[in-house]
Design a protein around this ligand. Sequence first.
Ligand code: 26Y
Length: 823
Amino acid sequence: ESLDPITVPDRTVEGFVQEFLRELHFGQGVDMSRASTNDKYLALARTVRHHLMSRWMQTLRHQGQVQAKSVAYLSAEFLLGRQLDNALLAADIDGIVTEGLTSLGIDLDDLRQAEQEPGLGNGGLGRLAACFIDSLATLSVPSIGYGIRYEYGIFRQTFVDGWQVEQPDTWLELGSPWEFPHPEAAVKVNFGGSTETYIDDDGNARSRWLPGWSVIGVPYNYMVPGYRNGRVNTLRLWSARAEKSFDLQIFNSGDYADAVRAQTFAENISKVLYPEDSTPQGKELRLQQQYFFVACSLADFLDNVLPGDFDLTKLPDRIVFQLNDTHPVIAIPELMRLLVDDRGWSWEDAWAVTQQVFAYTCHTLLPEALEVWSVDLLGRLLPRHLEIIYRINDEFLAQVRKAYPDDELRVRRMSIIAEFPERAVRMAFLATVAGAKVNGVAELHSQLLRDKVLNDFSAYFPDKFTNVTNGVTPRRFVRMSNPALSGLITEAIGEGWVTDLGRLRELEPLADDAEFRRRFAEIKRGNKTRLVDLLAARDGIEISPDAMLDVMVKRLHEYKRQMLKLLHVITLYDRVTSGELPIDQVTPRTFAFGAKAAPGYKMAKQIIGLINAVGRTINTDPALERRLRVAFPANYNVTLAETLVPAADLSEQISLAGKEASGTGNMKFALNGALTIGTDDGANVEIRQLVGDDHFFLFGLTEPEVADIVDAGYRPSTYYAANPTLRRALDHIAHGTFSGGDQRVFEPVVSNLLHEDRFLVLADFQSYIDAQDRVEKAYADQDGWTRSAVLNVARSGFFSSDRSIKDYLDRIWHAEPVAPPFV
Ligand code: 26Y
């Protein structure tokens, strides 16, 4: 098929300039002499959009004709990052755009900075969803992403005296040029009320829902361009609106607040992203969000995406709904309700279809992160769904009883309904019972899911469980964020690696080529210089391009063990200031941290305060001669990662073994030539296996060792008593070295480590210090280090999200790429 010439913009510099000026004039209503940076950014974004538009239309048309099996990725989070660069790359027009803007006296980089990143996710899970839709488009898989258009994304982090203070993320404030609202395609979503039984025309007793209130979901479409393959998929995010915007009678009577109450209430549903990423709070508004987007998405798919005459018994041939963790799991009873209540199907027929169209990805191992909804709340908000869940559970438990007679203990363990501490629905169990497949996100994680968290279920459904190791998109995280390295790779092995990352293997022999290593090291240094400039401008932080860049960026959580990193920093500080270690023998090092804490997570916020306090002390102590620096820029996000990751020498992946499901930052660093210091946890295990032990700094307890220590009764204070190095580091905190002598400020951190230490920081301390000593020695041989860095890049191609998506296609979705509509 060919493109419709009317919709294809001219791909010349002159054509671009003309389009850009038209957008400025007719879209923004300004001319060059009056245009603000934001005006120019919006005009540019719209101009770039034109270059993807005909492919988008063509993709949609083609999808409607072909009716191939599709994937709907349901996720409460899509942490997209900035769109402009990605669109330029996909449309392959950065050359003409740069030239065209220059001819107008505009610096593309200034316009890039004007974009507010859509931070519609917390961390790994949300970013994974964004990588996956990129790969789905690039692999030309018919697919759609469904989620929520939060008016406020993840909070903007600021530091006040070193303590985290959250500010709202006003990402929509200056306009959002990448979205296409479709209010005419709005969907109604019901809540509350009650259920009743009635006798249908055939004389059967049936149940139906009499909802109490409702809101409207308005879809906003986003383009998801494949990498130069002619395909543009859709991400559809839902925004909540009231059915009536306000009540004119009440307004006229003078009660203005009351007149808009319904609107305010409805719009709260998509107002803000919940910033918790591991402790579900059981908040009603969160359940409203979950049901809201899932109900909109299922209705949209069944009523609008499928052709009008579609035979729903064939649904499994046409779609699979991938559930990104438990957040969208309420889709399961919703589909049952749509089929049984709205379409009059029998329970058995509906269940047969439902069981085939959902699959569930679990992203955690922490018991406190498993979502449960109290029966009380669920019954109030979604009474019919609760009935459906009860019936699913009854029928499931009847089968379990048949399989395991006289094992009521097991039946209780496997019940979708928990009885203690209150009656509640275990969403992971519901997803496991109803899903065709359940997957973990790294080999070790999937193994632990089978052996521990969902052990009874893996015994009962042995074939349901599988693994798909996570991946990251090489487009954003190598090609776009590391242009210099990308150029070097392309020069060496050609361009194909961007969509076939396994080909990085071809770089392996070049690790032994001195000239290649020299250029590789030069690029790393150039990337550090970029970071130095960014941190100076963005945060007023001063670091040196000559120091080793040691980076730990991820959400602040005790299991990830930022404290372990900090104890290493403090140990170095102690060794130097005590005179044990001459400062000229210390490798100059910048310890970079980036981390947001959930606003209600007290201990995490304490640790942020402590990192900043240690940083202040170290950065201003003349004894250290600025050879050791702590850099903790506020508000770590996708945009900052894009400059930070390519500059890193050392990647800190130091979670307690058995706690980090996968990690994806670990992959981004390895692909950009940082060496990892890490535990045998999550995908670190696979990274180490691939890059080789000589090019990875392994330390720490293994998962079985952790389990043994915990079973035997872990006592952190024994480690404190036995290890003078550890004692000195902790004593510095306790004695107020970093808090102007005040011993109370960080007392909670110290006493937690000494008396509880849930994540065995003290148990792994010495092993970590020893590994850091190995890092120090290895780094002294700069050329050897660079060789290892090259090998990390060459051997990490497995961690492309393209490979993950292929695994999902083979193991779970049983769908196939279609030939792209055109190129
Ligand atoms: C229910 C609510 C509190 C909640 C909200 C967000 C619970 C969890 C989350 C997010 C979890 C998350 O980001 N998990 C991470 O997923 C990554 C992608 O699979 C993994 O690499 C990472 O190890 C895991 O912690």
